[in-house]
Design a protein. Structure first.
Length: 379
């Protein structure tokens, strides 16, 4: 082939007949990753405008005639920017104290769960692993139920942080217990870790059910928390989750090359210069911290850490240098939309967001299981 028909791009030859498959795939992945931040911002803005009071929504019923009232787009924009106008004063409060922290928290929680799910699937080398597989949700549930039944959760200042604090600490203690049961002399056995997580989660789940049985007036509040909800979002919880997302995602991304090597097997990863045991321990810690922080403030929101990483992997491939940031951003986008649907689908009644994610995740999990079995791969 003549030199006029060949040029160099990224060190690889490109012909007039078309790019190589590798270059096309890389460009597509980079394009998708570049578009995700814009999709995230657009999703955030739309979520602010959607609500029972509008401007996008059914409106709130008022008066004996059953008429509905909703804010206009102009009023919403003015209140959002802090301008003064003839709209009700509580419009600004609706945006800055309710919708904005809630949308940000939804994005942070989705990012936490998706990133931790990506790390867990790499550690277990199984696309059906998720952040809760090592007992995070069961431990956090026990901590939150104990906080509610103690009576201290209703006390101002103390009660505000008691439930998430106990949930976070209980989740981390559960992960530490599971880790100690699944490791021998510093070596982590993923099969033993998985079975230990299932056993501990079942045991803690039984304790939680026992406590709920005697919950009395706290029953509905506990159940609502267990189903996952973002209704109690505050700027304080946003700040805590922002730290968890920042530290966790950066750490997972920095070890993305080692995670790629781990997918080839522990022996191969070791030969490529990675330390499989230290890597598995670090990823378990990071995944546990992110998932525990998310669950502590919002309750158990299932399937995000399962379906988002796998769905993104089908599109961008298994290279964690692209997969980690793509899954993190997609998790944020997914949960923002899920929460938007949860609070408006039967407005003015609000559904727990965990119901929406379960409705999406359940069928996808069955599809994934069927797809895995049809290929003869281990589940």
């Amino acid at each position: 082939m003549s030199d006029s028909k060949v040029k160099r791009l990224g060190g690889l030859p490109e012909t007039e007949e078309g790019d190589s498959d590798f270059l096309r795939a890389r460009r597509r992945r980079v394009l998708i990753l570049s578009a995700l931040p814009f999709v995230l911002v657009a999703s955030f803005v739309v979520s602010l405008l959607v609500g029972a009071l509008g401007p996008i929504g059914p409106g709130l019923p008022i008066g004996p005639d059953g008429g509905n009232v909703r804010m206009s787009f102009g009023d919403a924009l003015g209140a959002l920017l802090g301008h003064e106008g003839d709209w009700p004063a509580d419009y600004g409060t609706i945006f800055w104290d309710v919708r904005i922290p809630r949308a940000i928290l939804a994005g942070l929680v989705g990012a936490c769960l998706a990133c931790s799910g990506t790390a867990m699937q790499a550690v277990f080398r199984n696309p059906m692993a998720d952040p809760f597989i090592v007992g995070v949700s069961s431990g956090a549930s026990l901590g939150a139920v104990v906080a509610s039944l103690s009576g201290l959760a209703g006390i101002a200042v103390i009660g505000t942080m008691l439930s998430p604090t106990l949930a976070f600490l209980a989740a981390l203690m559960t992960v530490f217990l599971v880790y100690s049961m699944g490791s021998v002399r510093g070596r982590v056995y993923v099969d033993t870790l998985l079975l230990s997580g299932v056993a501990v989660a079942a045991f803690l789940g039984a304790i939680v059910s026992f406590l709920i049985y005697f919950a009395g007036q706290e029953y509905h509040r506990i159940i609502f928390w267990l189903l996952g909800s973002l209704s109690l979002a505050t700027w304080g919880s946003v700040a805590v989750l922002a730290v968890a997302v920042g530290i966790g995602t950066v750490c997972v991304f920095l070890y993305s090359r080692d995670l790629n090597a781990l997918l080839l097997g522990e022996e191969t990863a070791h030969n490529l210069g990675a330390n499989p045991e230290a890597l598995k321990t670090l990823m378990l810690v990071m995944a546990a911290v992110m998932a525990s922080a998310a669950v502590a403030f919002t309750g158990v929101i299932g399937f995000v850490g399962l379906i988002v990483p796998h769905m993104v992997r089908l599109v961008v491939g298994a290279d964690h240098r692209i997969l980690v940031p793509s899954a993190t951003l997609t998790g944020a986008i997914f949960l923002i939309w899920a929460d938007t649907i949860a609070r408006t689908v039967i407005s003015p009644i609000e559904l727990p967001v965990g119901i929406i994610t379960a409705l999406c995740g359940g069928p996808f999990f069955l599809y994934l299981l069927r797809r895995t079995r049809s290929r003869g791969e281990p589940a």
